[in-house]
Design a protein around this ligand. Structure first.
Ligand SMILES: Cc1cc2nc3c(=O)[nH]c(=O)nc-3n(C[C@H](O)[C@H](O)[C@H](O)COP(=O)(O)OP(=O)(O)OC[C@H]3O[C@@H](n4cnc5c(N)ncnc54)[C@H](O)[C@@H]3O)c2cc1C
Length: 275
């Protein structure tokens, strides 16, 4: 390990209110949840922050419940919590499918959905699911809470509207009517970051299809033109042409832009033919 824990401070709040007060009065502090992303940075020697606040024991942030008709998933819910939740299985099976493909069992036991969202990687596997399900991010600070539509949460590559004194408290998901669909394409079945990841919802009644892609742009993307064209009866060829215009993949260590474009178009065809 190139990084060291020497000289770093970990604050241990007893409650959510305590954690929010620490963020307001004793910051800047980096929230620490399952640590599966933070430890990678520590291992590489690129974790510059020195002061942390430990969210892991705050059990209240782990709850998964339905309030009214909205599914609320606490930020500290792990992938294992999600996989095992009857509520998520019934209401948002594409999130269960995504959780099953994250890392391996160890990562699923520690990694949290709030950490995946806050980490803001365009390759985060839960992000297309949250985008396609029109989720809301619930942010909390000592001053109160605010709800941000998932579509407005990211402002650029690894940037979001999350303030330095705020925590992600929960992800809220309204009922999803159409059939849900999720595919991740990576190098292998486990412990692989996605080359392309897609979540989609089939059209139902007057509701058009919803399609979101990860790893093909600086942030997760919805495909409004592709969705509208399919809803209006466009051919699959035309929809694939529009999809290519709506993404901006790059060459990097995991894949090439050309491969990502081809795979994204193929996934669209698979989703549309499966619906
Ligand atoms: C071997 C390995 C395999 C992996 N495989 C995958 C994969 O297949 N797919 C995938 O998407 N990811 C993968 N990851 C990445 C990682 O596991 C996920 O992003 C995970 O969800 C991060 O959650 P965490 O609780 O561990 O976050 P942490 O490491 O604790 O935190 C990550 C970031 O989020 C912030 N944060 C955490 N919780 C909150 C909160 N409630 N409010 C505000 N900020 C917060 C932290 O300050 C930090 O900046 C993998 C990682 C490893 C090491």
């Amino acid at each position: 390990m190139q990084g060291s824990i020497t000289g770093r401070t970990l604050l241990e709040p007893k409650s959510l209110a305590d954690a929010l007060r620490m963020l307001r009065d004793e910051g800047p502090l980096v929230p620490l949840a399952g640590c599966t992303d933070l430890y990678v940075l520590l291992n590489f020697g690129t974790l510059r922050a020195t002061r942390f606040v430990n969210l892991w024991p705050l059990a209240g942030l782990r709850a998964i419940r339905v309030r009214g008709d909205v599914l609320s998933i606490g930020a500290l819910a792990t992938y294992t919590d999600i996989i095992q939740s009857p509520l998520v299985r019934r209401r948002l099976p594409m999130l269960v499918a995504a959780a099953r493909e994250v890392g391996g069992v160890q990562i699923q036991n520690r990694g949290t959905i709030g950490g995946n969202v806050a980490n803001a990687s365009p390759a985060g596997d839960t992000l297309p699911v949250l985008a396609a399900s029109d989720a809301t991010v619930v942010l909390q600070s000592a001053g109160g809470s605010r709800r941000v539509p998932f579509s407005a949460f990211y402002t650029g590559y690894r940037r979001s509207v999350l303030g330095g004194d705020e925590l992600i408290a929960a992800l809220e998901v309204p009922p999803v009517g159409g059939r849900q669909w999720f595919r991740k394409v990576g190098t292998r079945a486990a412990q692989a970051i996605s080359k392309v990841v897609m979540a989609a919802v089939a059209p139902i009644g007057d509701d058009p299809p919803r399609i979101a892609l990860g790893s093909v742009a600086p942030t997760v993307v919805r495909l409004p033109s592709t969705e509208a064209a399919l809803a209006a009866g466009a051919s699959l060829d035309e929809a694939q042409r529009l999809l290519i215009e709506e993404i901006a993949p790059i060459d990097d260590v995991r894949s090439t832009a050309a491969y990502r474009s081809r795979v994204a178009a193929n996934l669209l065809a698979r989703f549309w033919n499966d619906r």
